[in-house]
Design a protein around this ligand. Structure first.
Ligand SMILES: [Zn+2]
Length: 78
């Protein structure tokens, strides 16, 4: 299943199976079916490819990418 990375999408069984070992990087909770999630940038070492809940992310119009909220605020202050 290919998703546009800048579009929020719903958690399905596929995502549950591949991501729920670690859960959400932002709140450390497990995902549930039907949660709205985004691929986001954050303080983690990987690229902008961590799955987090949409309400924990901010969309940056300049880079057309999602950022984990706390990380985004720390970027804005620096
Ligand atoms: Zn979360």
């Amino acid at each position: 299943m290919q998703q546009k990375t800048n579009t929020p999408f719903l958690v399905d069984l596929d995502i549950l199976n591949t991501h729920n070992e670690k859960g959400c990087e932002a709140c450390n909770r497990k995902f549930s079916l039907g949660d709205t999630v985004v691929m986001a940038c954050g303080s983690w070492p990987d690229d902008c490819m961590k799955l987090i809940h949409e309400h924990e992310a901010v969309f940056d119009e300049n880079t057309r990418a999602w950022y984990e909220r706390t990380y985004y605020q720390s970027l804005a202050q620096s």
